[in-house]
Design a protein around this ligand. Sequence first.
Ligand code: GDP
Ligand code: ZN
Length: 453
Amino acid sequence: MASNDTIVALATATGSGAIAVIRLSGPESIPIVNRIFKGKNLAEQASHTVHFGTIRNGDEVLDEVLVSLFIAPHSYTREDVVEISTHNSRYIIERIIELLIHNGARAARPGEFTLRAFLNGQMDLSQAEAVADLIASTSAASHRVAMQQMRGGFSDVLKQLREQLIQFASLIELELDFSEEDVEFANRSQLEALILEINGVIRKLIASFEQGNVLKNGVPVVIAGRPNVGKSTLLNTLLNEERAIVSDIAGTTRDTIEDEINIHGVAFRFIDTAGIRDTLDIIEAKGVERTREKMRQARLIVYLADPQQDDLEEIKSQIAEVAQLDVPYVTVVNKMDLLKPEHIDALRVIAPLFISAKNNVGVEELKQELLHKVNLHNLDAGDVLVSNVRHVEALRKTEDALQRVLQGINGSVTSDFLALDIRQALHHLGEITGSVSTDDLLDNIFSKFCIGK
Ligand code: GDP
Ligand code: ZN
């Protein structure tokens, strides 16, 4: 599916930095650059070579550049690709792109390089999407998930499943041609066994989404507790900088603040909520519903208590309310610097972590506990994780269709209905890798990319 035009865009970020890369892809990439490049004749050079020269507009020298050649199909897009490394000046970049367009290139649309890579079979759709995730990754964990998906992690699994299903679909469709004669080419119990197997794999993939999503987007954590227990102080200590406003006046932290911190390679998104007093006296306060909602959506709650403010009974009743939310939580007693040893002993019944947020005592242990609670440590390096909402939706639809096939087999429905549901399942599986795709779907995915990707 070769494109007939040549696209150009800045491939590097705008802003400061010594070098910028302008990228072209398409059949005319080399001739177009040749027209404005003074140096070797690029048409005579081998793939994967770099050439020094100048970019000229007539007699005017715009920049000294390095030109890299990637000749089809050995490039990102499988088309001829030329990359021009220039000095990173907005003026130079704009002038060079303008010149390239003047000489026959077209400004690339968002994600168009990656779209071409997909259309030319360089990668499947889920891999193309992973490129965007890879570029956006901010932690070792999100990087790992994206990298694994880009390298085909679960495409391979899906491909195998699809091929097996296709075989059955064709056998069943063959029966349709012989419908008068009541034949069964496709062994029903074999089909049932296959579908149960496939469904098992799909369920596992769907289940992996929770972790995949968390690794990709960060673990949402709520720090909850009454006003003045030290939530903002803790957040600041975790962030290691003064981002949330700390104050002595109860209830200063009005709006929820979100910040991401990287704990040993896993991103956590901390949500500092308004004081939990409100959250605990929910019934009357309306605005607090939002806080509670956040707490329910969190993957983890850090419940912070301050024994200077509340006695043990009060703290216990707050813990009971947190426990009701059915979200894993960690009980933390703050301001341990103000606690006498007998105080500490009395508090042990609630099995808390003792910290001093202000003095950064016990915070490392808290981090370890957070990592432990999200239970990411038992992941195998090779585990396939689904991290994309679109993919998990397609998987769910596949599962539904397969469920109908199973019901059909057991209810002895006719081959045409079975064939229909199997085709549905195939369709949804194919949506993930792009074996089945529509222009709308592609538009939707690639328009979210930046120009130049
Ligand atoms: P929030 O309302 O829960 O966010 O509480 P803040 O973080 O605003 O803290 C309330 C007060 O407690 C501030 O004066 C903090 O300096 C103080 N504070 C926080 N952590 C500690 C601690 O570990 N020890 C002591 N002594 N004071 C703390
Ligand atoms: Zn606060």
